[in-house]
Design a protein around this ligand. Structure first.
Ligand code: GLN
Length: 198
């Protein structure tokens, strides 16, 4: 299968790794820019986006991940990973002011969009492209409050957009890697089997 990277700075990267390996993909844990060499896709996992952003700066990964995307590498951000992809981030803790992001996905993402009282919940969502509902775990999940013209909305839950696609970028507010349902990972892996357009 294709070689896929999982950004392994913090958060739920081991679960993504297991799901990808179950589907026959070769997995590289990405911590340094050089780890991106030879990858067809990269998953940015859930966790804590402010912590991940700080580590992205520390390991000098912002530029290399943007270059990876520009060179045709596919990206999928889940939860905090989706926040890292967004052009604009709302709801960063006040002490951070502006929150750094890759700004590759033309959305405004609202952090913790489902309230703090209900920290996490599991539900089923309908995702376009999947024939049956997908179990989805939301943990202090964000939502895509604004989506740009080139952004396709794949899924909404309680009136909020929770999955989007823009070209080679996929972003989900929830965690598909915390369930046994592999269909979204399968979709991502299958895209990478196709030859890169040049
Ligand atoms: N609320 C977290 C953040 O803003 C994301 C939570 C998650 O990835 N499960 O980083």
């Amino acid at each position: 299968g294709p070689r896929i990277g999982v950004l392994a700075l913090q958060g739920a990267y081991r679960e993504h790794r297991q799901r990808l390996e179950a589907l026959g993909a070769q997995v590289t844990e990405v911590r340094l820019p050089g780890d991106l060499a030879g990858l067809r896709g990269l998953i940015l996992p859930g966790g804590e986006s402010t912590t991940m952003a700080r580590l992205m700066t520390e390991y000098r990964l912002w530029g290399p991940v943007r270059d990876f995307h520009a060179a045709g590498g596919h990206l999928w951000g889940t939860c905090a990973g989706a926040i890292l992809l967004a052009r604009e981030v709302q709801g960063a803790p006040p002490q951070f002011g502006h929150q750094d992001s890759l700004a590759l996905l033309d959305v405004t993402v609202q952090r913790n969009a489902f309230g703090r009282q209900i920290d996490s919940f599991t539900t089923e969502v309908r995702v376009s492209g999947l024939d049956a509902p997908l179990p989805a775990v939301f943990i202090r999940a964000p939502a895509f409050a604004r989506t740009g013209e080139g952004v396709e909305r794949l899924c909404s839950y309680e009136g909020q957009t929770v999955a989007v696609r823009q070209g080679t970028i996929l972003a989900t507010a929830f965690h598909p890697e915390l369930t046994g349902d592999l269909r979204l990972h399968e979709l991502f892996v299958n895209e990478l089997r196709e030859p890169v357009a040049s």
